[in-house]
Design a protein around this ligand. Structure first.
Ligand SMILES: [Zn+2]
Length: 410
């Protein structure tokens, strides 16, 4: 039981959706000189609100502590860059954006997306709380404000210019004060403007057992049913939605002011609502039942790895994403299973994974040590990784990934 209250509607939270035990912050990579120091662990437990059915983590640490030195640079993923470039083309065409428009991105990271609007001559502003990441954006020619977005920031900006396109990818789920954030969007959106937000889809999390996408920095887990309520509470309505493959299955929602009658609700928005209802997402019992599937998967994952070790095979990881840290810490997988993991990001190389202390090495380590099995931790980038590292098969190496259970890939 808990005394926490829902970050959207304020109701008391007492139904467990997934209890992943104690875990360090997923992005707190440990520098080698800190290997023997104490590491803070926090409960990693997702609850669901009985009233609005928002799946969420309890608040446990200030957002500043989590995000001020965030090591994630979006531009290290080529798949994600391509996704962003296509998005920019679609938005320019669908909404007729040009040199007289204003695009604002919330959590604009290193300018990975806005750079494509800049290329097309569309004025942009990025808002990004992590100063080290924002600096990279500014160097690329993407104007960026280093701030946490909310009502206060929106008021200041809206006094000068409101946004014709206001976007945020993988930020809504990471916002501690959800009502302040969405309330700010309401203020910053131009009269006929469009909001688009992308976030992992709760329906996919449940259907594909993606509990490893639960981590401390990821506060809220949205269905279309729930996110509609959140926008409605701030006088906006969602008139369209797309289902995307990114991050194991995401939604891209399209919002407008509630009184903007130029944007009728689409068939696919109606269809998705009906499908979520049919999948039981309107029923608290669906959420309650999920908790047991997580425990079953932990046993299956360990059984798989134990089997490989008993056969004498060497196992390493690929990638050092947040989802990998959730999986390793929840299942208790350390150097006893994974000799090391590799990552393209030089900011992570040389560090240890939080909690499990699996060392992060440059990708070249694969060729040097020729492991038997490479477990791909960012399973959402599986195809890209298998293609780029096909040479692993030259020495008989195999790839493994969760899809949804951890198994060897063909
Ligand atoms: Zn609620």
């Amino acid at each position: 039981m808990t005394s926490a209250s829902c970050r959207f509607c304020g109701s008391r939270l007492d139904v467990v959706f997934a209890d992943l035990g104690m875990s360090p912050l997923a992005n707190s990579y440990v520098p080698p000189e800190r290997a023997n120091a104490m590491e803070p662990f926090y409960p990693l437990r997702a609850l669901v609100c009985r009233e609005c059915l928002l799946v969420q983590l309890e608040e446990f640490e200030s957002a500043e502590a989590i995000f001020s030195d965030y090591a994630y640079f979006s531009s290290y993923s080529t798949t994600w860059l391509e996704h962003s470039r296509r998005y920019v083309e679609q938005m320019i065409e669908r909404w007729g954006l040009d040199g007289s428009s204003q695009v604002v991105e919330l959590a604009s990271n290193d300018g990975y997306l806005l750079q494509y609007f800049v290329e097309r001559g569309v004025p942009v502003l990025g808002i990004e709380p992590a100063a080290n990441v924002a600096e990279v954006a500014v160097e690329k020619g993407v104007p960026t404000l280093v701030e946490f977005f909310g009502v206060q920031t929106a008021e200041n900006l809206a006094a000068h210019r409101r946004a014709d396109l206001l976007l945020g990818n993988n930020v809504l789920a990471h916002v501690p004060d959800l009502n302040d954030f969405v309330g700010g969007m309401k203020l910053l959106l131009a009269e006929r403007g469009v909001v688009t937000m992308e976030f992992p889809h709760l329906l996919r999390l449940i259907e594909d057992n993606q509990y490893d996408t639960i981590y401390h920095e990821h506060f809220s887990y949205f269905s279309f049913l729930t996110v509609r309520q959140v926008f409605a509470a701030h006088a906006m309505r969602l008139f369209d939605v797309e289902e995307l493959d990114t991050h194991g299955g995401s939604l891209r929602i399209y919002g407008a002011h509630v009184d903007d009658d130029t944007k009728p609700e689409t068939d696919r928005a109606r269809e998705l609502l009906a499908r979520e209802q049919a999948a039981g997402l309107g029923d608290i019992e669906t959420y309650r039942a999920y908790a047991g599937r997580v425990q079953t998967d932990k046993r299956d994952t360990l059984e798989f790895l134990i089997g490989l070790k008993r056969d004498g095979r060497s196992i390493v990881g690929y990638g050092a994403p947040a989802k990998g840290n959730t999986l390793l810490n929840y299942c208790g997988i350390g150097k006893d299973f994974l000799d090391y993991t590799v990552d393209l990001n030089p900011h992570k190389q040389g560090h240890l994974l939080p909690g499990s202390h699996v060392p992060i090495r440059p990708v070249e380590a694969l060729r040097e040590t020729r492991p038997d099995v490479v477990v791909i931790l960012p399973w959402n980038l599986r195809d890209e990784i298998v293609e780029q590292h096909a040479y692993v098969r030259e020495w008989g190496g195999r790839f493994a990934a969760r899809s949804p259970e951890l198994r060897l890939l063909p």
